[in-house]
Design a protein around this ligand. Structure first.
Ligand code: KG4
Ligand code: ZN
Length: 336
């Protein structure tokens, strides 16, 4: 039988990426052009700068992805593209490129939700079995997503203020780190101890929601107060204390969700899923409290934004007859 070959596009934030995915599970190529160096000096992603970089990179990425995969355009089955959520100008570049490519090569267009893409990064480890639950932690989102069946997503809890990654990036600034600060804080945390005992918001509440802005404020206040009295705080302990608070809350809420929902599998995905503290603690706790649950961590390489995951999610959407026409538009606030 003929192989299903999807050309996937991702441009929702600061990564321009194009991938070729075979049968929804095999990565033939995954080209990622990151713009992080252009945003660093501003302390975060500048939307205008992001759009311009996407425009410059997108056709280069398409050519490279096809070449690396050794695939001709005539072999392709469909085009999949992230149409939200994300920065509108950034998304528009990917959407316009995908539509133009699809039109020129007479291919169908599969619209993909960026967050569904993050979940499907787990598909590169093993098949997703239902009912499943995903813990989605990224720079813009922190949510628990229940998936009773394939291609059905229900948010059962989410952050009421900052996303986990956003909190990392904000306290990173206070520590004098450049954007994005998640990875360096994670590394620093492993050299310290939880000596500060920052608050763990909503941890005792019987719901699946999160809040990280109080923790962020407590952290910033602690550092500023020390500055005022000329006291030097141990940076590794600060990082370890912050991380322990984030991990404790996320793990507690996730275990509660696993207990309340009859699921076969738990998926950890999104940029913050690369966090070693979170990966380790969740694995340990699950092996004790939910030993029969299949725990799937998105591969480290595919936790951050990439088009491979969009291709994997697009394959599933395509099976469920989710197609778009030339009127497809970017939806910056797209929800499941
Ligand atoms: O999913 P992603 O690449 O982009 C969004 O869709 O938001 O996530 C980026 C976020 C950033 O906030 C970054 O600081 C965070 O993921 N991040 C981490 C780690 N690696 C990346 N946060 C904590 N620990 C890490 N190791
Ligand atoms: Zn993302």
């Amino acid at each position: 039988t003929k192989k299903n070959l999807i050309l996937a596009f991702e441009s929702s934030c600061d990564e321009t990426s194009v991938a070729v995915i075979e049968d929804g599970e095999k990565i033939l190529s995954n080209v990622v052009a990151t713009q992080i160096n252009s945003h660093k000096r501003f302390g975060g992603v500048v939307p205008e700068v992001a759009s311009r970089h996407h425009i410059e990179q997108i056709t280069i990425c398409i050519d490279e992805a096809l070449e690396k995969a050794q695939v001709k355009t005539s072999d392709l089955t469909a085009v999949a593209v992230t149409y939200g959520p994300g920065l509108v100008g950034a998304l528009l570049v990917g959407v316009a490129a995908a539509k133009a490519f699809a039109y020129a090569n007479e291919l169908p267009i599969v619209p993909v939700n960026h967050m569904a893409g993050h979940i499907y990064a787990a598909r590169f480890v093993k098949p997703i079995v239902f009912p499943s639950m995903a813990l989605l932690v990224s720079g813009g989102h922190t949510e628990l997503v229940y998936m009773p069946y394939e291609n059905e997503f229900q948010i059962i809890g989410e952050t009421r203020d900052d996303a986990a990654g956003e909190a990392y990036d904000k306290i990173g600034r206070v520590l004098g780190m450049t954007y994005p600060a998640g990875k360096p804080i994670d590394e620093l945390a492993h050299q310290g101890k939880d000596t500060f005992h920052f608050p763990r918001a909503m941890v005792h509440e019987d719901n699946f929601d999160f809040s990280f802005s109080g923790l962020k404020s407590a952290f910033i206040n602690t550092v500023h107060h020390a500055d005022q009295i000329n006291e030097t705080l141990n940076r590794a302990d600060l990082a370890a204390s912050f991380q322990q608070s984030v991990v404790d809350v996320i793990v507690k809420k996730t275990l509660l969700a696993c207990e309340k929902f009859q699921i076969k599998q738990l998926i950890l995905a999104g940029g913050v899923a690369a966090n070693q503290g979170l990966r380790e603690t969740l694995s340990e706790q699950l092996s004790v409290k939910e030993p029969d649950l299949d725990f799937v961590k998105a591969p480290l390489k595919y936790c951050g934004d990439n088009a491979a995951m969009i291709g994997a999610a697009g394959y599933v959407a395509m099976k469920h007859n989710v197609f778009a026409d030339a009127s497809l538009n970017a939806e910056p606030s797209l929800e499941f």
